[in-house]
Design a protein around this ligand. Structure first.
Ligand code: GDP
Ligand code: IMO
Ligand code: MG
Length: 426
């Protein structure tokens, strides 16, 4: 068997959590491979909304194995809150949640360093979620980090103290007061909880599942345009959010990657700073934000909204080797008289349809194409053949432009509001 991957093709928040939950019954194992609590993955079913940050979105399906892979960074405080909420809901995490020993820990001082770094940047700040993601990955690549497996060893406290001392020096350099005491209490409680959980060598376990014919779905976090290498650097996150991140974040070989589901909204959003060629700083942008409830699932910040960006989508489809597309949230645009799509950029006076090296200092202007809007009444719809003609035409146009089939269309936040565009997904 191979690992199928589901990841976001834009700047995050494409609806990954919802769709992983929908696809989970088809898989034996669901695994997160990168990112950490900067992610907010929303699931809705039976009238209840859940937001997951570190835990894979297959967790509500009894009998499915959920793995937090080695590429993930874990904040024990946030993780404990997530676990406590799941236990309250009756989810038996002792049977279906597993954590890689090689996943790195986010220390309370990593959060402080994130805040200090952002404050020092002033207007040039990244707009980080302030969850300590950048500093934790810096310690990982700097070979200073602490891993989940370290908590099983007696030297953990000494190594923790040494790293905190190093961070305190750095915070002094930033003239940033180290006020972690309260958070540190929660951190130590979280560590105790993690110590009592299923800690595994996930690279062996996942490959074992594959060789026994079990199916695995890898769940991406953030979006490809936030990738550390290919996103709009430096306004990116600190991990590889693309398919390649699955290999390093789970320990599976490239030859073991199967389908790659690329998920995108019918429009675009971005939260935090950085270039956004199709951003709408007008009433239309406001309307999309309001109707689409475009406010961060992790930070509550308003998301910036704009039209769909095809040069950006073509770029991320290429980087990820996307084999199947999933579209979400066309319902948000229901009732719009017309919809626009960016087909090209004007860059240095030329019309292009690729992503140039630098769109941070050298802006691109979007070339827009207009489509008639649609009115969507989702009630009673069973599959995508019942979608209004205008929306079907829009999707057909995208398929032709992007060269990849759109197999699922999501038309609402609930599990049930999901339409198949291919019999395989009925
Ligand atoms: P993720 O980070 O990719 O999992 O996405 P988020 O959960 O951060 O943001 C997606 C938001 O859109 C959540 O509030 C979802 O409940 C919601 N959502 C997902 N799919 C749809 C859809 O098709 N239509 C509408 N209206 N909302 C959706
Ligand atoms: P999900 O998985 C949207 C953005 C932040 C900021 C940049 C760097 O829910 O799609 P970081 O905290 O990672 O150092 O922030 O990345 N960002 C996200 N935006 N969805 C996310 O995750 C994000 N995770 C990080 O807003 O611009
Ligand atoms: Mg999100």
């Amino acid at each position: 068997m191979k690992v199928d991957v589901l990841l976001g093709l834009q700047w995050g928040d494409e609806g990954k959590g919802k769709v992983v939950d929908v696809l989970a019954p088809r898989y034996d194992v669901i695994a997160r491979f990168q990112g950490g609590p900067n992610a907010g993955h929303t699931l809705e079913f039976e009238g209840i909304k859940h937001v997951l940050h570190t835990i894979p979105s297959g967790i509500f399906h009894p009998g499915k194995v959920n793995i937090i892979g080695n590429g993930v960074v874990i904040d024990p405080v946030i993780f404990k809150k997530e676990v406590d909420a799941l236990i309250k809901m009756g989810v038996d995490i002792s049977k279906n949640l597993f954590i890689s020993r090689k996943a790195h820990l986010i220390l309370p001082t990593h959060r402080m360093l994130d805040a200090a770094s952002e404050a020092s940047k002033g207007k040039a700040k990244i707009g980080s979620t302030l969850k300590g993601i950048g500093p934790a990955y810096m310690d990982k690549t700097g070979r200073n980090g602490l891993r989940v497996g370290d908590i099983e060893h007696s030297g953990f406290q000494a190594r923790y103290d040494a790293l905190v001392a190093k961070h305190t020096e750095l915070l002094n350099f930033y003239h940033f007061e180290n006020s972690i005491t309260e958070y540190e209490k929660g951190f130590l409680e979280g560590i105790e909880m993690i110590r009592s959980m299923n800690l595994i060598d996930s690279e062996y376990e996942i490959n074992d599942f594959l060789s026994k014919g079990k199916s695995v779905l890898a769940e991406g976090a953030q979006g490809s345009l936030l990738d550390i290498d290919f996103g709009s650097y430096p306004f990116v996150t600190s991990s590889n959010t693309i398919t390649a991140g699955t290999c390093t974040g789970l320990g599976v070989a490239p030859s073991k990657i199967g389908e790659v589901y690329g998920i995108f909204k019918a429009y675009c959003t971005r939260v935090g700073s950085g270039p956004f060629p199709t951003e709408l700083n007008d009433e239309t942008g406001e309307l999309i934000r309001k109707v689409g409830n475009e406010f961060g699932a992790t930070t509550g910040r308003p998301r910036r909204c704009g039209w769909l960006d095809l040069p950006a989508l073509k770029y991320t489809i290429l980087l990820n080797g996307v084999t199947k597309l999933i579209m979400t949230k066309p319902d948000v645009l229901s009732g719009f008289k017309s919809i626009s799509v960016c087909t090209h950029y004007i860059y240095e006076g030329r019309k292009i349809d690729h992503m140039p090296f630098d769109i941070v200092n050298n802006e691109v202007q979007p070339v827009l194409m207009e489509f008639p809007g649609w009115t969507l009444q989702g009630d009673g719809m069973n599959d995508a053949s019942q979608l209004p003609k205008e929306l079907s035409d829009y999707i057909n146009f995208l398929e032709t432009e992007l060269g990849v089939p759109v197999v699922i269309v999501s038309i609402g936040p609930d599990r049930k509001e999901t339409l198949a565009r291919h019999p395989e997904f009925a």
